[in-house]
Design a protein around this ligand. Structure first.
Ligand SMILES: CC(C)(COP(=O)(O)OP(=O)(O)OC[C@H]1O[C@@H](n2cnc3c(N)ncnc32)[C@H](O)[C@@H]1OP(=O)(O)O)[C@@H](O)C(=O)NCCC(=O)NCCS
Length: 167
């Protein structure tokens, strides 16, 4: 049976991380700080510090023992410190097998149960229907839509905010 593990990043993930992240289809609907092209230097920086910036808790997604992607939460500040933003991506070769759905499930449980967050949210580019599916399969709900909120690669997008409360 296929096995999903969320674990801390290791220095040895650098080659796989750079190879899987360096894909325009992966970066298309990610924040504009996710670079494309994605170099080995970007991967080194991510493992050494980027994955922990602003108090983030980031996990490498492992599928049958191989690094396949990333999932993480970023705590919010001040009177929103009970909330964390959640995000995820997988190498394109691993799409369509239910892996992100499982990774989001495990990471949400870690955020709620181990770290005590009360609410998680995910901003999704309106056309990113695969991600919407992953969120809905994990009982995230559409909380609101910010119209014409971001520009990526010279195109304007609405952002759909999905959220889930700790039960
Ligand atoms: C979004 C992403 C994480 C999904 O990962 P995944 O492992 O393929 O997701 P799953 O297989 O768990 O579920 C995907 C679901 O979306 C569906 N889907 C895929 N493409 C779709 C599309 N274009 N329109 C509608 N549904 C789609 C799949 O059929 C599946 O639903 P099902 O289980 O009901 O059949 C992956 O595509 C990815 O890494 N994309 C690039 C990064 C990204 O966009 N991250 C999310 C930022 S919010």
């Amino acid at each position: 049976m296929s096995k999903l593990t969320l674990r801390s990043y290791r220095a040895s993930d650098v080659e796989r991380l750079a190879a899987l992240a360096n894909n325009e289809n992966v970066s298309r609907y990610l924040v504009d700080t996710f670079p494309y092209p994605y170099t080995k230097a970007d991967a080194d920086w991510w493992i050494a510090s980027g994955s922990k910036e602003n108090g983030a808790i980031t996990k490498a997604v492992e599928w049958n023992g191989a690094f396949v992607g990333s999932v993480g939460i970023t705590p919010q500040k001040g009177w929103r410190s009970h909330i964390a933003e959640i995000g995820y991506w997988l190498g394109e070769a691993y799409w369509g097998q239910g892996i992100a759905t499982l990774a989001l499930r495990q990471m949400s449980a870690i955020a709620f149960e181990e770290h005590g967050f009360k609410k998680l949210f995910a901003p999704v580019f309106a056309p990113n229907q695969a991600s919407v599916k992953v969120l809905e399969k994990n009982e995230y709900f559409l909380e609101g839509v910010f119209k014409r909120e971001v520009v990526k690669r010279s195109k304007m997008f609405d952002i759909h905010f999905y959220a889930k409360f700790r039960s």
